[in-house]
Ligand binder design. Structure first.
Ligand code: NAD
Length: 476
C-alpha cells in the first residue's frame, strides 16, 4: 500500500524523532541512546496442527529500558516484521513518557493471519509463543508486560497470563505479566474500550483548545462533525461508537480491509459492526453506498479523519489529496514522515499516534497496578464516599422541607450524587485526566514555541525530554 520510495516504518519514526531532537539541546550521544532500539529477539517455533508441524516467526523488541517493566502490545498479522516491531516499540517509549505511564517501550508480533486458525489452534500457537518469550523474561510482571494489539484481544491475553502462571507457580504477581485480560481473569473494567475511549477524550481536549481549533480551521463542538473512520476493529469501533452515540458526530464513512460504506447522513456504527461480526465482511451492508476501493474514501470531504487500522495508509501517493482539516492517528504510524511534511504544509492538523492512542497503555497501567495491589479500585473507599454524600443529601432534604416550594433538588440529583464511583467510573476518570493533562503539555509547546508548528513535534519534545531526564538521573 505504501509507495516503495518512502522510508520504512522505523525510519519514518526516526525521521520524526530527528526533527524534534534538532530543536533540543541534549548531551552528546544521548540522542542516539534514546533513538536506537536496545534489542530485538526473533523466535521461530513449531506447532503440530492438522497432522503436520507448522513453523511460526515471532518477535519481541525492547526499545528503551530507562524504566521497567517495558510495555507494548503483541500483534498478530501477516505483515509483522522486525522493522515494524522496532518502530512500534520506539513509539511505545515516547507514548509512555508522554502520558506518564512508568514504563519503557516494547512491542511484539507474530507473523500469522489469525483468521486462518480456529480457537483451539490459536490457543496452541499463543501458548507456545508465550512460552518462548516467558523463558527469556520477555514476558514478566517486573520486566516486560505485553498487551493486545492488532489481531489479538483479551482471549489471547488470558492464555498468556495462564501460561506464565503455569511456568511460575510461586510468583504472587504473576497475573500482572500481561494486561488487557478479561475482567474475570485479572483484567480491569474499561480496558477493552480504552484506546477508542482515549481517542474520544483526545478529541474533547482538542475541541477545548481554541487556538488548536483555529489552526485546523474548525469551529464549535463535536456535534454534527463529519467523521471518516478506517478500520472498525477494537480501536476504530469504540472511537466511532462513542463519538456518534455520545458526542453527536456523524460517521459518514467506514473503511474496512475489503471495502467501505458511505452515507453523508451518518452511518449506524453498531449495525455495521454487528454485520461484520456476522458476515466477516463489510460488503453487502444494506441501504448505503458501498465502495470497493475503500482507501479512496480517505480522500473524501470530512471534518475529522480517523485512521484506526494500520501504518502507512496516508503516504506520498495520497497525502496531497487528503481533504480532512484534522487527522487523529488512532492507529500507530498511519501517516508516513513524507506525508506528514506534505500535510503540515497544507495546514492539516494531525493529533499524533503517540498521544491519540495512548488510552490503551494508560488503562493497562491501571490494570497492572490493580494486579500488583491485589485489590479492585474503589473497594475500600466506595461505601465511605457514599455515606458522606448521604450526609449532604440528608441536610439538603431537611432544607427542602424547610424552604418548601421556593427551593428543591433537581429530580435525579440525589441518585447521581449518592452513587460512589465504581471501577469503570474511576478508570474513565483517570483516563480522561491523563489525556487532558498530556494534551495540555503538548499544546503548551505547540502554541508557545515559534520553532514548533505541529503537535507531533511538540509531543516528541515533551516525551524525549522526559526520557532524557530519566537517563540523566541514572547518570548515563
Ligand atoms: P484490530 O485487529 O482489532 O482491528 C483492526 C481493523 O482494521 C480490523 O477491523 C481490520 O479488518 C481492519 N483493517 C485491516 N487492514 C485494513 C485495511 N487495509 N484497510 C482498512 N481496514 C483494515 O486492531 P486494533 O487493536 O483496533 O488496532 C488498530 C490500530 O490501533 C493498530 O495500529 C494498533 O497498533 C493501534 N493500537 C491499538 C491498541 C489497542 O489497545 N488495541 C492500542 C494502541 C494502538
Amino acid at each position: 500500500m505504501q509507495p516503495s520510495n518512502e522510508p520504512s516504518f522505523r525510519e519514518s519514526v526516526d525521521l520524526m524523532f530527528n526533527r524534534a531532537v534538532a530543536l533540543m539541546d541534549l548531551p552528546a550521544g544521548l540522542e542516539e541512546k534514546i533513538r536506537v532500539c536496545n534489542a530485538t529477539y526473533t523466535v521461530r517455533f513449531g506447532v503440530r496442527l492438522r497432522g503436520k508441524i507448522h513453523t511460526f516467526t515471532g518477535y519481541r523488541s525492547v526499545h528503551s529500558e530507562h524504566m521497567e517493566p517495558v510495555k507494548g502490545g503483541i500483534r498478530y498479522a501477516l505483515g509483522v516484521n522486525q522493522d515494524e516491531v522496532e518502530a512500534l516499540a520506539a513509539l511505545m517509549t515516547y507514548k509512555c513518557a508522554l502520558v506518564e505511564a512508568p514504563f519503557g517501550g516494547s512491542k511484539g508480533g507474530l507473523r500469522i493471519d489469525p483468521r486462518e486458525y480456529d480457537e483451539h489452534e490459536l490457543e496452541l500457537i499463543t501458548r507456545r509463543f508465550a512460552y518462548e518469550l516467558i523463558k527469556r523474561d520477555l514476558i514478566n510482571p517486573a520486566q516486560n508486560v505485553p498487551a493486545p494489539d492488532m489481531g489479538t484481544g483479551e482471549r489471547e491475553m488470558a492464555w498468556i497470563a495462564d501460561q506464565y502462571k503455569r511456568m511460575n507457580t510461586t510468583d504472587i504477581n504473576g497475573v500482572a505479566c500481561v494486561t488487557g485480560k478479561p475482567t474475570h481473569a485479572g483484567g480491569i473494567q474499561g480496558r477493552t474500550e480504552a484506546t477508542g475511549r482515549g481517542v474520544q477524550y483526545a478529541l474533547h481536549a482538542f475541541f477545548r483548545d481554541e487556538q488548536g481549533l483555529q489552526k485546523a480551521g474548525l469551529k464549535g463542538t463535536l456535534k454534527d462533525k463529519r467523521v471518516i473512520v478506517q478500520g472498525l476493529g477494537n480501536v476504530g469501533y469504540h472511537a466511532a461508537k462513542f463519538l456518534s452515540e455520545e458526542d453527536g458526530c456523524k460517521i459518514t464513512a467506514i473503511i474496512e480491509r475489503d471495502g467501505a460504506v458511505h452515507d453523508e447522513g451518518g452511518l449506524d456504527v453498531q449495525a455495521i459492526y454487528e454485520w461484520i461480526g456476522k458476515h466477516g465482511t463489510i460488503t453487502g451492508f444494506p441501504g448505503v453506498t458501498v465502495e470497493d476501493n475503500g482507501a479512496k474514501l480517505l480522500e473524501a470531504d470530512c471534518d475529522i479523519l480517523i485512521p484506526a487500522a494500520l501504518e502507512g495508509v496516508i503516504n506520498l501517493e495520497n497525502a496531497d489529496r487528503i481533504k480532512a482539516p484534522l487527522i487523529i492517528e488512532a492507529a500507530n504510524g498511519p501517516v508516513t514522515s513524507g506525508a506528514d511534511g506534505i500535510l503540515r504544509k497544507k495546514g492539516t492538523v494531525i493529533i499524533p499516534d503517540m498521544y491519540a492512542n495512548a488510552g490503551g497503555v494508560t488503562v493497562s497501567y491501571f490494570e497492572w497496578v490493580k494486579n500488583l495491589s491485589h485489590i479492585r479500585f474503589g473497594r475500600m473507599g466506595r461505601r465511605q464516599e457514599e455515606s458522606r454524600h448521604q450526609l449532604i443529601v440528608d441536610e439538603l432534604e431537611r432544607l427542602d422541607r424547610h424552604l418548601g416550594d421556593s427551593w428543591s433538588m433537581t429530580p435525579d440529583f440525589k441518585n447521581r450524587y449518592l452513587r460512589g464511583a465504581g471501577e469503570l467510573e474511576l478508570v474513565r476518570s483517570g483516563l480522561d485526566d491523563t489525556m487532558s493533562t498530556a494534551y495540555q503539555s503538548m499544546a503548551d509547546v505547540w502554541h508557545g514555541r515559534d520553532d514548533v508548528d505541529d503537535l507531533r513535534t511538540a509531543a516528541y519534545l515533551v516525551s524525549i525530554e522526559k526520557v532524557a531526564a530519566s537517563y540523566r538521573a541514572k547518570g548515563l
